[in-house]
Design a protein around this ligand. Structure first.
Ligand code: FE2
Length: 393
């Protein structure tokens, strides 16, 4: 019933979209937009890496120039916890801020979205965790991503962790979608090549899983296809030539489109297994997706052949007259080839054989309750897949 409800919701509910500013003046435009909304005091949420790059200073300068006063909470860490949210919230209240502005990767953005929700709902974080628990509209939220992958700038979810159990607990509500996002390539030029590759593969996985989802619609297909096309054309360039502003901007747009696709169509087994590996071993999310993706595509190929063939045609991977089966395999081979071109690993040595059964169980539990996958996986099949991740052929 729950999955059926999600399918109906995906068909009838519109996707909320933040106002988008894109290009080299996007940061300035976002600051101007905040100012003309009558907001004159904001909490900037970020992390120490972004502070060191000078981006928080740059953002504060632009805000002050248009008459918006700033307070800064810059202690967000990867996988932010309830404690980070509480610290930022305390500063928001103490300084009587009117809006939250996130600058950084997925962690500061997720933390900011939850701070904004707590600020107006007067509830501790724990009581906002889950589906549709955000009753009142959050404080106005604006975001400036510095990575291209999570899609957090557009999604209805924000993931925060319980500091005691380290469990990742998502807050999911359409009200979490930010008011505006600035995709400014100048904020992405300093991203190291390996992080660019991993986050880019996260965006690609969002687009592919959304496209193969049982909840996909014509609208989500359009966004997924746009993202896949942009990633094919720009991710290798952004990894090899980090200063290429056009490739960076196109990757930011790809992440945004992929976010629009999966926030409605949802995800699949790649994310379920990647989340489990992240929780067990701290495997970075984008890296886990990159390694798991071709394995799950192979598993679900019998049920997704036609859709994969469309993607193969989109990227002109084969002669158009060959069978769907050959096209589908060509798309999976393309993903493996892309892994090599981006210098990503093909397996994980840190997966221990004695953990495989439990890893499979947890992955399937997450998928069962969240993801409209095209082909269901049994426990022994998931164990075989994870074993293949641990043992290269
Ligand atoms: Fe992801």
């Amino acid at each position: 019933m729950y999955m059926w409800g999600l399918k109906i919701a995906a068909k009838v509910l519109p996707i909320s979209k933040p106002t988008l500013f894109i290009g080299k003046d996007a940061l300035k435009q976002l600051c101007h937009s905040v100012s003309i909304m009558g907001i004159n005091k904001v909490l900037i949420v970020s992390d120490q890496g972004i502070v060191k790059l000078g981006f928080v200073k740059k953002l504060m300068f632009e805000f002050e120039r248009v008459g918006v006063h700033c307070h800064v909470y810059s202690d967000v860490e990867p996988d932010p916890t309830y404690d980070h949210v509480e610290q930022g919230l305390a500063l928001f209240r103490q300084q009587h801020c009117q809006a939250v502005v996130a600058i950084g990767g997925g962690s500061p953005i997720d933390c900011a979205k939850v701070i904004a929700a707590c600020a107006t709902n007067n509830k501790p974080v724990q009581r906002l965790v889950g589906l549709l628990k955000v009753w009142k509209a959050p404080a106005p939220t604006f975001v400036l991503p510095t990575t291209s992958g999570t899609g957090s700038e557009v999604t209805v979810a924000a993931v925060v962790s319980d500091p005691k159990t380290h469990a990742k607990t998502p807050v999911m509500d359409p009200k979490l979608v930010p008011i505006a996002a600035a995709l400014d390539p100048s904020l992405m030029l300093a991203l190291p090549a390996h992080i660019t590759a991993q986050t880019g593969m996260d965006a690609l996985t969002h687009a592919i899983e959304a496209y193969l989802s049982g909840n996909a619609t014509l609208e989500t297909d359009r966004y997924a296809i746009a993202a896949i096309r942009l990633i094919d054309e720009n991710l290798p360039k952004a990894v090899s030539f980090g200063q290429n502003a056009t490739a960076r901007q196109n990757m930011a747009l790809a992440s945004y489109y992929a976010g629009l696709a999966f926030t409605k169509a949802s995800l699949g087994y790649v994310h379920a297994i990647a989340h489990t590996l992240g929780a067990k071993y701290g495997t970075p999310h984008g890296l886990a997706n990159a390694v798991v993706l071709p394995h799950v595509l192979e598993f679900s190929k019998s049920a997704t052949q036609e859709r994969l063939a469309v993607l193969a045609d989109l990227l002109e991977l084969t002669n158009s007259h060959v069978s769907d089966s050959i096209k589908a395999q060509a798309f999976i081979d393309y993903i493996r080839d892309l892994q090599g071109r981006l210098d990503l690993p093909t397996h994980f040595e840190h997966i221990l054989h004695e953990h495989i059964s439990e890893l499979a169980k947890q992955s399937l539990h997450e998928a069962r309750w969240n993801y409209p996958v095209p082909r269901y996986m049994q426990q022994h099949e998931c164990e075989q897949l994870i074993l293949a991740l641990a043992n290269p052929k």
